[in-house]
Design a protein around this ligand. Structure first.
Ligand code: ADP
Ligand code: MG
Length: 287
């Protein structure tokens, strides 16, 4: 039987905007000694602004228009930000054969031309000759009919409480904090350094994130739990795999909320510390 106090704990958590899907997860939160974070949309807002336009084979405005049309069918935060910073209007009739390429970007037909938009890995895999951009920021390279056309650098912002949340989690006894991301190393390390995370694993494909989590779980201390926190865009499999999967409820996709064990209603990383607080207090009452 489930001690009554656990129901109180779940209620107390929900008053703080944290939905816990069962008393077993409240108990598991007590034993979390490793927290693994996704970056984009989890520690950062996932709300990018275009900070640099580097045109190679076409004028800047044309590059922006192609990038915005290419991204117009994607729900990725990167895509929505590029579309939002395009001053023209999107003509849907120019766009067909849209195909998302997870962890890399996308391929689409625009005005009958084959367009690739995504990271360096995507360009390399298609044997596109391109100039690597060395800026801090997420770089979206664009190729048209296999010719490199230029790149957009887009910058995300940290969530305002990410740094404080990491500090509080360490105080609560979380021993290991890891960041997993599909984004480039330079940007990932810059974000991590600003908020106090030293273990950063970047340039991961969605499968790579699952592999990293499995390796972390395989090495955990006896009885301890590993929690993963994500927004569900390209990380729902990791959410499902973790001992405790924690999803951002506001930004997150339905798939993420479904796959998660704990949902943070206001998308603030500090809510994880709130949840652990409630879990510890509940255990004191129950035992
Ligand atoms: P994260 O792990 O940071 O949450 P994702 O796994 O969603 O990121 O994506 C990994 C990388 O793939 C991004 O950093 C970006 O370089 C590239 N990418 C994904 N989707 C798109 C897109 N729609 N347009 C351009 N690049 C994309
Ligand atoms: Mg993400």
């Amino acid at each position: 039987s489930i001690p009554l106090g656990f129901f109180g704990g779940i209620g107390a958590a929900s008053k703080r905007g944290v939905l816990v899907k069962g008393s077993n997860y409240l108990e598991a939160l007590n034993n979390v000694d490793t927290l693994v974070f996704d970056k984009t949309g989890t520690l950062t807002k996932g709300n990018f602004a275009v900070t640099e336009v580097i045109s190679a084979a076409m004028p800047e405005e044309e590059l922006m228009a192609i990038a915005a049309h290419a991204e117009s069918l994607s729900t990725h935060p990167i895509a929505q930000s590029i579309v939002a910073s395009f001053s023209g209007t999107i003509d849907e009739n120019r766009v067909s054969n849209y195909q998302e390429i997870a962890g890399r970007g996308l391929q689409v037909t625009i005005d009958g031309k084959n367009v690739l938009a995504g990271n360096a890995r995507l360009m390399s895999e298609h044997n596109i000759v391109f100039d690597a951009v060395d800026s801090i920021g997420t770089v979206v390279y664009v190729a048209v009919n296999d010719i490199y056309s230029g790149a957009l650098v887009i910058a995300d912002e940290l969530k305002s409480d990410s740094k404080a949340a990491i500090a509080r989690l360490k105080q609560l006894g979380v021993k290991t904090i890891v960041m997993l991301t599909g984004d480039n190393k330079k940007t990932a390390e810059s974000v991590a350094a600003q908020i106090g995370i030293t273990d950063v694993r970047a340039e991961l494909l969605p499968d790579g994130k699952v592999e990293q989590l499995e390796a972390i779980e395989a090495n955990k201390a006896e009885k301890s739990k590993v929690a993963f926190v994500g927004d569900g865009i390209n990380d729902a499999p990791v959410l499902a795999r973790a001992d405790v999967g924690i999803a951002m409820g506001g930004l997150g996709s339905d798939a993420a909320i479904e796959a998660a064990d704990v949902v943070l209603m206001s998308d603030e990383p500090s809510q994880i510390a709130d949840a652990i607080d409630v879990a510890k207090f509940t255990r004191k009452i129950v035992w």
